[in-house]
Design a protein around this ligand. Structure first.
Ligand code: COA
Length: 169
């Protein structure tokens, strides 16, 4: 792709476009991987959340712009230290979304690498990312960048589970 992209820190003027991308991300995750996603979150809580991430010193929001339009973003932040883990600085990459038309052109990796550079400057030791277990392409990208499995969340849907029926037998 011979297109030019501008990669830059997000500002509050980008909020609406970031929310639009976030809504697209939620819809995609809901449709493909996880029916428990709250599709209202973007517009009930997202504005406050992204405003804080853009403004606070421990937040990171970077966008990719093409012809004056935001076509992708990455958002992450420093985390409070988990008290059951060693004393170190922790960060999390909280969400990433590139407009479908612009995927697989290296933009996502570039934004994530910028987040890792920012984290390094903040003396971060551990950076985590949560993703749907079925989101193979995103997981593969994170693995390519060096991320390894750390914890695995197992979940049981009791509304669907037959476990009590089995116990009663
Ligand atoms: C996950 C996501 C943010 C990655 O962004 P992206 O810009 O597509 O990522 P990149 O282009 O950097 O890398 C993706 C793939 O393209 C390949 N790629 C990188 N540069 C490339 C180039 N110039 N030409 C062709 N392919 C390229 C990479 O090798 C990578 O392939 P791999 O995953 O098989 O290793 C993006 O795909 C996305 O928005 N997905 C939907 C939302 C989502 O699932 N978000 C994650 C939630 S946890």
């Amino acid at each position: 792709m011979a297109e030019e992209f501008i990669i830059r820190k997000a500002n509050l003027g980008d909020l609406e476009e970031i929310l639009e991308l976030h809504f697209g991300l939620s819809k995609r995750i809901y449709k493909k991987f996880d029916k428990s996603v709250n599709l209202n979150w973007t517009y009930t809580h997202g504005k406050k959340y992204f405003t804080e991430q853009i403004k606070k010193a421990g937040g990171f929001v970077e966008v990719a712009e093409s012809q004056g339009k935001i076509i992708g973003y990455v958002c992450g932040s420093l985390l409070p230290r988990p008290l059951d883990r060693e004393k170190a600085v922790y960060a999390e990459l909280e969400s990433a979304m590139i407009d479908k038309k612009f995927r697989s052109a290296g933009i996502g990796s570039r934004l994530i690498k910028d987040f890792l550079k920012w984290s390094e400057d903040k003396n971060v030791k551990y950076v985590s990312i949560k993703a749907s277990a079925k989101n193979e392409s995103a997981l593969q990208l994170y693995r390519n960048l060096g991320f390894k499995n750390y914890e695995i969340i197992l979940e049981l849907n009791l509304k669907k589970s037959r476990i009590f029926r089995i116990f009663k037998k």
